[in-house]
Design a binder for this molecule. Structure first.
Ligand code: ATP
Ligand code: MG
Length: 283
């Protein structure tokens, strides 16, 4: 937890394009709909996908006069109007300082902070990982993507050892423990699961079970390969917003499955506040 009590969810994987920003956005909206006060932080200052997704959302709200909610969003770049150039002139040290300030106490009055990180290794991303209460690592459902987490012996279909990313996470777990005695709950979610390739899916299942024991991760099912997970970016919306906009009866089976996948991922996060929010709703 941050010093002020928010639960910090970091979405990370050094492999580019694994679905970090997509996952972060769906978590943010899903958590807001469950009644949590959510803040978001975009550590990926060069691509800034999450920041752009949320800017699209604000533009949609303005244009459509809609009342969809947005999180309180923060970036690690220099404050607007400061005259600093966020990409070239702002050294990583300054960004790291902003990130530290945000995660250690700058974000007040929020239940959950969702942090999106870049798809490449770096000190800023490592720092963000060290603040995670929950780390969610989406991986595309292929051995090529799994290789970023662990090296697999193809003949025996067994995990040979952790990769660079797993070692980095291990190190950040120690940094976290030394800083405040806290621990990081690491969840790996499979993303873009296809219903077609059952053989690959089974082989991945076996190796992931092995992996979960070897590097101390929990494996959760994650998201299927679905158009709905990518087609609402320009409007800044997600499948979780459609539920309210058009009513559950108007959603097709794939939409309902997508919603369930997001809800199940949120359910997998070990958040005491979740039961509180759900309890409040049912009272
Ligand atoms: N479950 C899914 N179904 C369909 N498309 C998806 C799904 N998840 C992600 N995508 C698409 O895959 C691409 C990469 O996703 P995204 O940008 O979220 O990944 P990322 O890990 O944040 O990438 P980067 O490392 O570049 O930041 C995007 O085009 C996104 O729309
Ligand atoms: Mg991204």
């Amino acid at each position: 937890m941050s010093r002020l009590g928010a639960h910090i969810v970091v979405v990370g994987n050094e492999k580019g394009g694994s679905g970090k920003s997509t996952t972060a956005m769906h978590l943010i909206v899903g958590l807001m709909q469950m009644g949590f006060a959510v803040a978001s932080v975009d550590v990926d200052f060069s691509q800034a996908t999450l920041t752009r997704y949320l800017a699209n959302r604000r533009a949609f709200v303005k244009a459509a006069g809609s009342d969809v909610k947005s999180p309180d969003h923060f970036t690690v770049g220099p404050p607007q109007g400061s005259g600093e150039d966020g990409r070239e002139d702002d050294p990583d040290g300054a960004k790291a300082e902003r990130l530290r300030l945000l995660l250690e106490g700058g974000i007040i009055n929020h239940d959950v902070v969702v942090v999106d990180t870049p798809g490449s290794a770096g000190p800023l991303s490592a720092l963000a990982h060290s603040y995670a209460d929950t780390l969610i690592t989406p991986i595309n459902d292929s051995f090529l993507d799994l290789d970023v987490l662990a090296h697999v012996d193809g003949a025996r279909m067994a995990v040979m050892g952790p990769s660079h990313y797993a070692e980095m996470v291990w190190k950040q777990k120690q940094v976290r423990a030394q800083r405040d005695g806290g621990s990081i709950d690491w969840i790996v979610m499979r993303n873009r699961l296809s219903s077609l390739d059952a053989h690959n899916k089974r082989k991945m299942d076996d190796v992931l079970q092995d992996l979960s024991k070897r590097i101390g991760v929990r494996i959760v099912p994650g998201f299927g390969e679905r158009v709905i997970f990518r087609e609402l970016f320009l409007a800044g919306l997600t499948i979780m917003d459609l539920k309210d906009a058009i009513g559950p009866q108007a959603l097709g089976p794939s939409h309902l499955a997508a919603r369930r996948e997001v809800e199940e991922l949120i359910g997998a996060i070990d958040l005491p506040e979740i039961s509180r929010a759900v309890d409040n709703k049912s009272n």
